[in-house]
Design a protein around this ligand. Structure first.
Ligand code: ADP
Length: 235
């Protein structure tokens, strides 16, 4: 009974923490939306067209931000309740990486990053391709976000026995050693300002970790020799 009680208490504590975090994360954009809308309303014709558009852009981007948070929360709650269905099928692991690379290519180029890859003869695997691509995309878009423009991002992959792995290494800002174990926690961000500016919610990696662990896989983070970060996903 005691142990059960402790487990319940822990779940309750976690829930309270998530609610506190969510409220906090939503409060800032909500306040911004309200005050910009109010300013536009009250200023009437005193605002130049240009300023008005700038204010409306803030309203739009803050709304997008809240949508992003809510979407991530829905994904998490689906994962938690075990309601996220798995569409299992055989697919080519390398082809999945190819398509993720294609979808991030433009964004990487926009930041002047050099995106390189090295993998071949990857096997067919059994899994739900959509979710696995989502995991890859998440890790890769973090590399794009947290590397100053003109950086280098390298994707490698391989297989060992029954395991396939993919590694994303960047020469970006890096993650201090003491923060590394915590980046998979919900809402954890090493640098709040930077994450916020990049449109982050601090939920991405916790969703990634839940997703791969649920499939018997793992994700690890390490420092890249010479600076930067390296994420390794194993399935
Ligand atoms: P966010 O939505 O803030 O990007 P994530 O859960 O995806 O949240 O990542 C958690 C935190 O880990 C980020 O806020 C960032 O501080 C750090 N992080 C993730 N990937 C990298 C990376 N490639 N380089 C440096 N820091 C990173």
């Amino acid at each position: 009974y005691k142990r059960q009680g402790q487990a319940l208490q822990r779940v309750d504590g976690l829930r309270r923490e998530v609610i506190a975090n969510v409220s906090h994360e939503l409060r800032t954009p909500l306040t911004n939306v309200r005050s910009y809308a109010e300013t536009i309303r009250e200023a009437g014709d005193d605002l130049s067209r240009e300023t008005e558009n700038d204010f409306l852009d803030v309203v739009i981007s803050e709304t997008d931000r809240m949508t992003h948070i809510v979407q991530d929360l829905l994904t998490l709650s689906r994962l938690d309740s075990g309601r996220s269905e798995m569409n299992m099928a055989r697919f080519d692991f390398g082809a999945a990486i190819d398509s993720v690379l294609r979808s991030i290519e433009l964004e990487a180029r926009r930041h002047g990053h050099e995106l390189t890859h090295d993998y071949h003869d990857l096997p067919m695997i059994m899994g739900d391709r959509g979710r696995i691509e989502q995991v890859m995309l998440n890790v890769l878009s973090n590399a794009v976000k947290y590397t100053p423009d003109g950086g280098h991002i390298r994707v490698t992959a391989g297989s060992e026995g029954e395991t396939v792995w993919m590694e994303v290494a960047d020469d970006g800002i890096g993650i201090p050693e003491e923060d590394r174990p915590r980046v998979f926690d919900r809402f954890y961000r090493v640098d709040k300002m930077r994450s916020r500016a990049a449109g982050g919610t601090g939920l991405g990696l916790s969703i990634v970790a839940d997703t791969v662990r649920r499939r018997g896989g793992s994700i690890a983070v390490s420092a890249r020799a010479g600076g930067g970060t390296c994420f390794t996903v194993r399935l």
